[in-house]
Write a protein that binds this ligand. Structure first.
Ligand SMILES: Cc1cc2nc3c(=O)[nH]c(=O)nc-3n(C[C@H](O)[C@H](O)[C@H](O)COP(=O)(O)OP(=O)(O)OC[C@H]3O[C@@H](n4cnc5c(N)ncnc54)[C@H](O)[C@@H]3O)c2cc1C
Length: 399
């Protein structure tokens, strides 16, 4: 692949940089307590949320709030490479972007399978930030084997009546809408009896219960559905075809470059910490730690090459398959290794995670460490990614 920008791409990159120079407040870019690898979860302040609304409106003026979406739906209609450049530049400046389930999953799936009424009702509200979405897929007995899900939806007049339980639903406590998978035909083979619904989270019978993680942060939830009446007009696509909607690979830029940039920034932050840590002067001279951090620096560079490979395939109109699994696996496992290296550098201070104490790097190291444990699980576990690489990538038979 050609790593250098063309003249047109270079001009686009310059315009993104100029925008960020002019518009991004320094205090946002330098937000303490974040390494940009995860959203602020329950920790986002009211001020930040209000600022984020204004920021979203500003980005939308350029089509950069949803750069991958077609212009007709309020997006930017950017090329794959332009999307990549935008992600890369925003990540280097630690500039927040609207996103999440609405932009990444619900919106694109509605665009492809929705009726005109569904598109008109939901897409503009995702773009404006008015509607936040969550994803109601996983259940206590159905995660990796999602097709085994047991939540039932039974047609009753103009409605479906839904009963069941979902789990690990990120952001359900702040969501207006959810994409919901429920079984509509229990007699069909498991992949063929599932339907895809658009659920208003305020519907009677929907109960959201918090699951607080070991960071003491409320990011995901259990969601109970008891006799929830979902209008039939909220079915997306055809009944019993929901599995195929849920697994649709949407042709949008998903190189993972933002995470790769964040990893490179963390390597730099850790190196700066090792060089300047007071009272622990030997840190930067400790040969084991030097070697370990150097390994992470190499791996962060390798990760960026994996991202470039995906983007080059997308530019040629190819759909990454095993390459996406390689990228997800490599990135999430690097998350864990990098966080572990951070803990080795922090030493005993790594037990302090509150900003304001003498916790290393304002407590970011232990928070990153605790959060990194989720990376190899969410979005498809490492074992599942390895299975995909073995079967689709290497042509090995299923275990
Ligand atoms: C931070 C985070 C956020 C999440 N947010 C959401 C969300 O918003 N909405 C949502 O619906 N879900 C969400 N999830 C759930 C996530 O999709 C599931 O946790 C994931 O799919 C794994 O399912 P499980 O937890 O049931 O584990 P299981 O599938 O029970 O797996 C348990 C272990 O068995 C291994 N395993 C399972 N099957 C195989 C196999 N065939 N071969 C080899 N090993 C196997 C797994 O790799 C894992 O180590 C989130 C999870 C996390 C960690």
């Amino acid at each position: 692949m050609e790593f250098r920008d063309t003249a047109v791409e270079g001009a686009f990159r310059a315009s993104v940089r100029a925008f960020l120079d002019a518009e991004l407040p320094a205090e946002v870019a330098a937000r303490p307590g974040e390494w940009g690898l995860f959203n602020a979860g329950g920790r986002a302040t009211r001020e930040f949320r209000l600022w984020m609304q204004e920021w979203t409106a500003k980005l939308n003026e350029h089509g950069w709030g949803a750069p991958a979406w077609p212009k007709e739906h309020g997006g930017g209609g950017l090329s794959v490479k332009e999307q990549f450049i935008l992600s890369e530049e925003f990540a280097w400046r630690r500039a927040p972007r609207p996103g999440g389930i609405g932009h990444g999953w619900a919106g694109p799936t509605i665009m492809v399978y929705g009726t005109e009424a569904q598109k008109a009702a939901y897409l503009p509200r995702i773009i404006s930030g008015e509607h936040v979405w969550c994803q109601l897929f996983s259940e206590p007995g159905a995660g990796s084997d999602l097709a085994s899900l047991q939540t039932r939806a039974v047609r009753d007049g103009d409605d479906y009546v839904v009963n069941g339980q979902k789990i690990w639903t990120s952001g359900a406590h702040g969501a207006h809408m959810g994409i919901l998978l429920a079984r509509t035909n229990p007699d069909a083979p498991k992949h063929r009896g599932v339907s895809y619904f658009l659920l208003d989270m305020k519907t009677p019978g929907v109960t959201v219960r918090p699951l607080v993680n070991m960071l003491d942060s409320h990011e995901f939830n259990e969601v109970y559905l008891e006799d929830v009446r979902v209008p039939a007009s909220h079915l997306l696509g055809e009944e019993n075809r929901g599995w195929y909607l849920a697994t649709t690979t949407l042709d949008f830029e998903r190189s993972g470059i933002a995470t790769s940039v964040a990893h490179q920034q963390i390597v730099r932050d850790l190196a700066a910490f090792a060089r300047t840590a007071t009272g622990r002067a030997s840190l930067a001279r400790n040969s084991r730690l030097r070697t370990e951090l150097a390994e992470r620096a190499i791996e962060a560079q390798v990760e960026s090459l994996v991202c470039y490979r995906i983007i080059s395939m997308q530019e040629r109109g190819e759909i990454p398959n095993k390459e996406s699994s390689i990228a997800k696996l490599y990135s999430s496992e690097l998350d864990v290794r990098l966080a572990t290296t951070g803990m080795h550098l922090a030493g005993l201070h790594g037990q302090l995670n509150d900003a304001g104490t003498d916790a290393s790097l304002g407590g970011r190291i232990p928070r990153f460490y605790m959060h990194s444990t989720t990376s190899p699980i969410g979005g498809g576990t490492s074992e599942i990614q390895r299975n995909i690489i073995a079967t689709r990538g290497l042509g090995l038979p299923r275990a």
